[in-house]
Design a protein around this ligand. Structure first.
Ligand code: EPU
Length: 421
């Protein structure tokens, strides 16, 4: 199994081109199910393992999927069945995003019920209740969700989400595009990736208003057509490399990203002493002389993203003082804490709060983690630590970071990827 070995202690200096967002591209690819025509995505992060898993699933359904460089082309004319099997869904929870579009176009779908994962229980009740409100009959059988439209078509409705679930919102929007009449969803997710999805759907002929606000209105249409859409920047990848600059006291020019989608994060990063300067089509992040402690509370967008919590915690391990990091989104998202402590950090957990007492330095160690963002926080700690850090189980990193080792190496990091057997 591959691993990454980092020799820490170098201030990074260079330019990194930020890829298209994983969490934007996955729902966008599922939206292609809604039309028989070609849908082309530019700036797609096609080398990610999660993109491959979704390609596999779409092909299994009968779609043509082609990845050429950073372009993805999908044609869903040939879909011949509506079943997302356990073997694919268990590898990637986002597979659940085929449920809404399959139901909208074909009136039925069978999707393996995604289980919990390392970061929490991750229920999907919001999606299922919303689909029921649109007129779907839902049954659970042998670990599968069977969804079938009652009558001829889904019916416009007024539904308030119990929590603003991100992929739940996306699934419901895609389900409602062909519903009869108007649908209003309240308390929806406001993530920029939801806005990107709605922009793409509108360019395919959908009529969606209010994306980016807590209320979304969808006027049902009869059909959607093909489009070409540019996937938005990966704000989580950008945030990760911003921390790489700050934790090493270096300077990284993040190209192909924007301050607007990173606001709560960059504000915290600046409070830690780093400088963040918007430039044409990007940001320059420069570490300060000293890292200041910063308290963080994760929240749905536009709050501080849970997907940047582990990275920020790596930075806070080296702060001049104590930071409180409160995780409010997932019940088990502190798996990086024991591993960071093995590198010399001083972190204790009290319920959903991590108390991070800054230490003067970290030491390299063999580490591993059980999810994507926890794994990358170890890479960041390794970049600043004395000596060698070996990050095992890097298939997690491959799910969400394109060419991570190459991008960091281009900024002067001593990092190698090696095969351990
Ligand atoms: N929740 C419910 N009921 C539901 C759905 C969610 O109670 O039906 C709760 C969850 O338990 C959790 C909160 O709502 O406490 C947020 O869950 P959400 O449904 O928003 O998460 P998700 O859509 O499954 C997406 C991202 C995650 C990111 C979360 C939170 C994608 C593909 N995944 O997951 O990304 O952490 O939103 O922002 O967009 C990652 O990229 O590393 C990642 C895990």
């Amino acid at each position: 199994m591959d691993k990454i070995i980092i020799t820490g202690g170098k201030a990074l200096d260079g330019k990194i081109s930020i890829s298209g967002g994983k969490n934007a591209a996955l729902p966008l690819m599922c939206a292609a199910i809604l039309t028989e025509e070609d849908v082309v995505f530019e700036n797609a992060p096609t080398s990610l393992a999660d993109m491959d898993s979704l390609k596999h699933l779409l092909e299994h359904l009968g779609c043509e999927v082609e990845f050429i460089g950073s372009k993805a082309r999908i044609n869903a004319k040939g879909i011949h069945h509506y079943n997302a099997p356990y073997d694919i869904v268990r590898k990637m929870r986002a597979s659940i995003l085929v449920l809404g579009p399959l139901l909208a176009r074909f009136g039925e779908a069978v999707v393996s019920y995604p289980g919990g994962c390392a970061i929490g229980a991750r229920p999907i009740d919001v999606t299922l209740k919303g689909l029921e409100a649109l007129g779907t009959e839902i049954t659970l059988d042998n670990g599968y969700v069977h969804a079938k439209v009652k009558g001829d078509q889904l019916q416009g409705t007024h539904y308030t989400l119990a929590v603003p679930s991100w992929t739940g919102t996306e699934n419901l929007i895609m389900a409602a595009v062909f519903a009869n009449g108007t649908t209003v969803f309240e308390n929806v997710a406001r993530e920029p990736e939801v806005v990107d999805l709605c922009n793409c759907l509108n360019s395919m002929g959908a009529k969606i208003e209010g994306a980016g606000t807590p209320t979304i209105t969808i006027h049902g249409v009869d059909r959607l057509h093909g489009t070409t859409h540019t996937v938005m920047t990966d704000r989580l990848e950008a945030g990760t490399y911003a921390v790489a600059a700050a934790i090493t006291g270096g300077r990284i020019h993040l190209d192909n990203t924007t301050h607007e989608v990173l606001h709560a994060f960059t504000e915290s990063l600046q409070r830690s002493g780093a400088s963040v300067t918007p430039v044409d089509n990007g940001l320059i992040v420069e570490g300060g002389n000293e890292i200041q402690p910063v308290d963080i509370i994760t929240e749905p967008y536009p709050g501080f993203a849970t997907d940047l919590q582990a990275q920020m915690m790596a930075l806070m391990t080296l702060a001049k003082g104590t930071s409180l990091i409160t995780e409010t989104i997932f019940e088990n998202r502190f798996m990086h804490v024991p591993e960071l402590n093995r590198m010399g950090a001083n972190i204790t957990i009290q319920g959903n709060i991590a108390v991070v007492r800054g230490v003067p330095s970290l030491q390299g160690a063999p580490v591993m983690a059980t999810d994507l963002r926890a794994s990358v926080s170890m890479v960041l700690a390794g970049l600043a630590a004395k000596g060698d850090t070996t990050v095992n189980r890097i298939y997690h990193l491959d799910r969400g970071y394109e060419r991570l080792d190459e991008k960091l190496k281009a900024c002067g990091a001593t990092i190698i990827r090696s095969c351990s057997d």
